[in-house]
Design a binder for this molecule. Structure first.
Ligand SMILES: NC(=O)c1ccc[n+]([C@@H]2O[C@H](COP(=O)([O-])OP(=O)(O)OC[C@H]3O[C@@H](n4cnc5c(N)ncnc54)[C@H](O)[C@@H]3O)[C@@H](O)[C@H]2O)c1
Length: 257
């Protein structure tokens, strides 16, 4: 049974995708636009942002694009207020923006650690703070947080793993805090996903990575976007605090396949 505050489907929902200018975020934006969502893309890469918004608008989508750093409470609050004024509601927040962080602990400076935690984890707190008042008012909201399979632990990725593990704990706590408010919070943990950066790897490095995936293929942004669509949908209303791996089976074993 659904209550009156629950929208019927994805079409017409107002959705924010952080880091939506490229990579997985753009894949998510394409997918939500195709489903009929009204979109806000927040990113620090102004050129990529404009190109993404133009592409989506050409396909008929209602898109606002804003240069925002998700690490700035001030910028995020202003962007959320603008999106709310434009659409009257904020239904979906996809906390996708993030950066990598490959460094051994012994070689890691404190500011490197802090930048990764700030961009990947604190940003999700900041964006949630900005949209939760609207979601609480509506008695409806869908928060989808990008974690990573790396949250399980990765040698040479302590800051990145810790940030993505923090995302899991944060998501579970959000789920409990808002369980009675019509707001769900879930996390997605992708494995290896093809992004522009991946294309710069040498063919043999790509092949080696591919061999570690039980399905023997590298994930695509669409694979992640399909999972986001489920968590963003009103139909997933009884699912909260979960981590969904989108990794071709890579999370199932500690051994390389
Ligand atoms: N690609 C993978 O294999 C993979 C695997 C697991 C998890 N992830 C996660 O998926 C998400 C997207 O990754 P991606 O591979 O598409 O990365 P990407 O670098 O291709 O895209 C990230 C986007 O976030 C934006 N961004 C970075 N810092 C920002 C900030 N402070 N404010 C606003 N925007 C900012 C960038 O400009 C970029 O457009 C990240 O959270 C990443 O950790 C990726």
């Amino acid at each position: 049974m659904t209550d009156q505050a629950t929208p019927a489907g994805l079409a017409g929902l107002s959705a924010i995708v952080t880091g939506g200018a490229k990579g997985i975020g753009l894949g998510i934006a394409r997918s939500l636009a195709e489903a009929g969502c009204r979109l806000a893309l927040w990113d620090i890469d102004g050129d990529a942002l404009e190109a993404a918004a133009e592409e989506l608008r050409a396909g008929g989508a209602d898109v606002s694009a804003r240069r925002v750093s998700v690490t700035s409470m001030e910028e995020v609050q202003a962007a959320a207020a603008e999106f709310l004024a434009r659409n009257g509601r904020i239904d979906v927040l996809v906390n996708n923006a993030g950066i990598g962080g490959d460094k051994l602990v012994t070689k890691m400076a404190l500011d490197f650690w802090q930048r990764v935690i700030q961009t990947n984890l604190t940003s999700q707190f900041i964006c949630c703070k900005a949209v939760l008042p609207a979601m609480l008012e509506q008695k409806f909201g869908r928060i989808v947080n990008l974690s990573s399979r790396a949250w399980l632990g990765n040698r040479g990725q302590a800051s990145y793993s810790a940030s993505k593990g923090g995302v899991v704990s944060f998501t579970r706590s959000l789920a409990l805090e808002f369980a009675r408010s019509g707001i769900t919070a879930n996390a997605i943990a992708p494995g290896i996903v093809e992004t522009p950066l991946f294309g710069t790897l040498a063919p043999e490095v790509r092949q080696d990575l591919q061999r570690t995936v039980p399905m023997q293929r590298i994930g695509q942004a669409e694979d992640v976007a399909n999972a986001v669509r489920f968590f963003a949908s009103p139909a997933s209303g009884y699912v909260t605090g979960q981590v969904l791996y989108v990794c071709g089976g890579r999370s199932l074993s500690s051994a390389s396949v």
